[in-house]
Design a protein around this ligand. Structure first.
Ligand SMILES: O=C[C@H](O)[C@H](O)[C@H](O)COP(=O)(O)O
Length: 231
């Protein structure tokens, strides 16, 4: 899907930004459009402060002149705008394709409102075609991987787990962890999967974002659609 669609979704979310807001700044190509559109507004006098969800976003936001803070300084945020790898009609999400899921989840959870921006290719009936990123600590990686595979089997999946970056040079997150990508095809019961994964020692977080997104701006050929969950 085109970059233009991502930019349109980002522009729609920007309409929700008001002066004085404390903003969570997401990660990824769509979230970068948002930061790039926010920059000129800030330089024109819009007073906001941003908490970035990755070092990459922090660097971009700084280059745009956006004032940054940490969650230590601002433990409560007004609005987070972030992309997603997949979203369903209830706005359950898979995130973490760009490796930022842990900080993204912390920042989204600290926000009164989280908005997803995406192009229409991210919309799915059922989550799971996009491999689920699972962030794990490097210590005990082999054992954690086995434990994850066992839990997934118990839940009825035929798990295909791959270490992002490969064994020789695994990908390292901003929090100095690794990521196992679980190709699950279809995630029938996301909450049960989430709970089971979080009970495994060595698992730091996973990319299922459940009950966090309040709205999504999804850009497609017919324009930008605003989706809200039924809850
Ligand atoms: O870790 C990365 C994030 O969860 C991204 O928001 C997600 O991967 C979507 O990225 P993009 O907008 O580049 O498709």
């Amino acid at each position: 899907m085109s970059d233009q669609m991502k930019a349109k979704a980002a522009a729609a979310a920007l309409e929700e930004v008001k002066g004085g807001m404390r903003l969570g700044l997401g990660t990824g190509s769509t979230a970068e459009h948002f930061v790039r559109l926010l920059g000129p507004r800030v330089r024109a006098g819009l007073d906001v402060v941003g908490v970035p969800t990755s070092e990459r976003t922090a660097a971009l936001a700084r280059s745009e002149g956006i004032r940054l803070a940490t969650l230590e300084e601002l433990p409560e945020l007004d609005l987070t705008v972030d992309g997603a790898d997949e979203l369903d009609s209830e706005l359950a999400l898979i995130k973490g394709g760009g490796g930022a899921l842990l900080r993204e989840k912390i920042v989204a959870s600290a926000s009164a409102r989280m908005i997803v921006i995406a192009d229409a290719s991210k919309k799915v009936e059922t989550l799971g075609a996009f491999p689920l990123p699972i962030e794990v600590v490097p210590f005990g990686l082999g054992a954690t991987r086995r434990a994850i595979a066992k839990v997934l089997e118990e839940l009825g999946y035929t798990p295909r787990l791959s270490l992002r970056g490969g064994d020789a040079s695994p990908y390292v997150t901003d929090g100095h962890h690794h990521i196992l990508d679980a190709d699950l095809r279809q995630i029938g019961a996301p909450r049960a999967l989430s709970d089971a994964l979080l009970r495994i020692p060595g698992v730091v977080e996973h990319g299922l974002f459940l009950g966090l997104a309040a709205a999504a701006y999804i850009a497609g050929d017919a324009g930008v659609e605003k989706v809200e969950p039924r809850r």
